[in-house]
Unconditional design. Sequence first.
Length: 230
Amino acid sequence: MGEARNGSRVRDEPLSMKVSELIDQEPWTVQLFIARRMACVGCAFSRFMTLERALLTYGLDPQKFVAEINHGPARPEDVDMGIIWALLGEHAVLFSLFEVVEGRLSDCVDKTELLAAARPLTDSLARHARVEDEVFFQPLEEQLGPVAPVAVMRQEHDEIEAALAQLQEVESLEEGMDILHRTLRTAREHFLKEQEILFPHALQALDEGELQRMASSWAERSGVPAPPGG
């Protein structure tokens, strides 16, 4: 493969690479997946599915996608998506946490152990929803007015929060298992909807400065260094 405009080089034939391998090598390609409303970023199957198979699954032309990879990002600043990068990073961490929690459920012998296994998940999801609403949803609506996808995402935040609250009141291990499995399924679907619908909408509607301001607010709330230019 030839050298991309940004000076980087994909070391293998991209179509035969696993999606996660491509993103690891060339993080800027995340924007290509988001622009096509592909739910590959953070998806557990990205570690096993080749890029070619993913593109064909979505009915997309693999050669056109490869041409865009070869071309590289149009401008250096296109690599930075501001708040979108931050939220995608949180999604990736939470997707991994979902798998860890699910792996521990079979070892739980009573509801006390179940609640202990779920505690990191409940705390992390609550924090993510709260920060996302304050630094992304609210400013997005201030810029664009009421946006239907935001209303849907907020409703799903409320549903997840209610399920996690219900989990604390379960009477049996079986009831808790059922609630937790349903909540994990809802959370996964929620994240993928954000990546397929809301994030592309935000990238098209907001300028770079606003995306960076949102990222700086996220960094301040999260206690991490602000991104360059934020």
